[in-house]
Design a protein around this ligand. Sequence first.
Ligand code: NDP
Length: 258
Amino acid sequence: MSLSGRGAVVTGGGRGIGAAVARALAVRGAALVVCARTSREIDAVAKELRAAGYPAHAVACDVSSEASVTAMAVEATKLLGTVDIVVNNAGISPSNPVKRLPLDEWNRTLAINATGTFLCTRAFLQGMIDRRWGRVINVASVAGLRGSQYIAAYTASKHAQVGFTRALAAEVAGQGITVNAICPGYVDTPMTEYSVSRIVEKTGASREEALERILATSPQHRLIRPEEIAHVAAMLCERDAEGINGETITIDGGAGWH
Ligand code: NDP
């Protein structure tokens, strides 16, 4: 129970990677607040954790809204006492070629993936500085490190998330706080299922063919499991991870090397 006494907020904690991260932190003793817009999903995750004996709460929040994040931060602090760990995982991944990319899709993607990371981090940063301990973990993407076709808004938002990670890591270095980004390849979650359905819709490929295109991006020819991302997020919270700061940790089966 290496994280006992720590309060953690996981955004996008209602399903997929966020739910797995919440479970991994809870098992290690952290008290959890999971947030997202869909109450039904975050309530189910919090209920599941409580049933297993872990302190967990659901707080509805839209990370792209400053007012909503402020209200969530007040509620999370009330519920947890202190928030020492923030996992900025909430995200969306629309796709469109740039020539047909609507401005509102561009703005929404940046607002959730990039600005949401900034707002949720800022909301808890002063407390971490005061206590001289904190962990900020940003679930970015390999799209934060390189470019791919048809996901310009997503790629820009993830590059922004990675840039924010590096800048804040430099800003808080030496204050007991670390800030890192995890950059997964395709993970087995509803988001990837959505990507498969978009390929089917746009190309007329079968579901199997669409999935194969995604699997072909991995030298391991598989989707990463959400628990693999959660494992690294939990590791970054350990005391002995305090020297890891401003890093981007890629989890993609080695695609960057092939
Ligand atoms: P899912 O779509 O399965 O889950 C996304 C979560 O984010 C949901 O809980 C969703 O809840 C929440 N969310 C979305 N918009 C908002 C918002 N405005 N405010 C609060 N919560 C929000 O995605 P994954 O679990 O796959 O992805 C999690 C993160 O990992 C994302 O940042 C994604 O970019 C990143 N990632 C995913 C990869 C993959 O292959 N799946 C690969 C690389 C990175 P709700 O809609 O109810 O708000």
